[in-house]
Design a protein around this ligand. Structure first.
Ligand code: 5GP
Ligand code: MN
Length: 331
């Protein structure tokens, strides 16, 4: 694709290349950011990855993760990097506010060329080049396409392969979701040929727990699950006090919303988690039920048809009640 060649030309012409992704980075943010980081290094440049905050430990071991500059730890350095950048990549997000209130003004004010590579619907207009492929499962898969379709597949190495594999894996529920294409598996095969140990990636991401993490998850499943009578909807929630009781670490409740969705007959699952006086909400759905509109129109969020999220500044029980009262409108 010509766009991918133009992006590689831009990389070769630029001096200060900055890679950004959305706030609360997930596996695809870390995967796409670090895959691009190692690809740009392979092109002979010296890029920097800047995120708002740290990712959960289970994804933060990827080669290069220790070099990510975080606004939450080093705001001055982040500001300087944004001011000096002549090329900024916007990965795995479709609008400037997704980077969070600290980085958004830096991104908007920057005179750098901006390149969006993303797979969310309705990209907003703040980048010079936009690669928006909503049928593709992950931004990490699009980083592979950038490398392949610009004629640079010979530069693939393990440092690029590991994060791409991780990002595809975490955005597809380990290659299960309908977003997985035959092309996805072609790409995975090519990644495995770089020598990556795919089983170690699965083990680190899926099969590593602390006792606190497991017991928190058990508690939420056994005590905090509500099935609605009139709708095929399951709700799980957890308060800050409950999180503290289990020494909550970032990532400990990730994926619980999918457990709620797995219940027979359930078509929509919502997970409410209270933190620092706010309520973070995760929505998942299947079949003819979509959650992106509900999240966007009511909870300052958005996402994909079957996986979306949002936030509420009301108390957690009030937020749950609000969600329930919206169901007749959205179902
Ligand atoms: P999660 O439930 O894993 O936090 O988020 C699922 C998906 O919903 C993400 O991949 C992202 O696309 C979207 N999402 C989550 N939180 C937000 C948010 O606050 N705003 C927007 N626009 N999308 C979100
Ligand atoms: Mn993604």
């Amino acid at each position: 694709m010509e766009k991918y060649q133009a992006i590689v030309e831009l990389i070769k012409k630029s001096e200060n290349i900055l890679i950004s992704s959305h706030k609360s980075p997930d596996g695809d943010s870390i995967g796409s950011s670090l895959a691009l980081y190692h690809f740009i290094i392979a092109l002979g440049k010296n890029p920097v990855v800047c995120h708002a905050d740290k990712a959960a430990d289970y994804i933060n071991w990827v080669p290069g993760a220790q070099n990510i500059v975080l606004f939450e730890n080093n705001s001055e350095k982040t500001i300087e990097l944004f001011q000096n950048a002549d090329l900024i990549f916007c990965l795995d997000y479709n609008s400037a506010d997704r980077v969070g209130k600290d980085i958004e003004p830096l991104l908007i004010a920057s005179k750098a060329k901006k390149v969006m590579i993303d797979h969310h619907m309705n990209p907003s207009d703040f980048c010079d080049i936009v690669v928006s492929e909503t049928a593709v499962c992950s931004t990490s898969q699009l980083i592979f396409e950038l490398i392949d379709q610009s004629g640079n597949v010979n530069l693939l190495n393990e440092n690029i392969g590991i994060p791409i594999y991780l990002g595809i894996m975490t955005d597809t529920g380990s290659f299960r979701f309908s977003s997985v294409q035959a092309r996805t598996h072609d790409i995975l095969a090519q990644l495995i040929r770089t020598g990556i140990k795919h089983h170690e990636i699965h083990e680190k991401v899926m099969d590593t727990n602390t006792v606190d993490r497991l017991q928190l998850r058990g508690f939420v499943i056994s005590e905090k699950l509500e099935l609605l009578k009139d709708f095929p909807v399951a709700i799980m929630s957890v308060t800050e006090e409950e999180l503290n009781k289990y020494n909550y670490q970032k990532g400990d409740t990730d994926g619980l919303v999918n457990v709620a969705l797995s219940i027979e007959g359930i078509q929509i699952a919502a997970f409410f988690s209270e933190k620092d006086g706010q309520v973070k909400i995760s929505f998942r759905s299947k079949g003819d039920y979509y959650v992106n509109l509900l999240a966007g129109e009511n909870f300052e969020g958005g996402g994909h048809k079957y996986a979306a999220g949002g936030i509420s500044f009301k108390p957690i029980q009030e937020t749950i009640n609000q969600f329930k009262s919206l169901l007749p409108k959205y179902i």
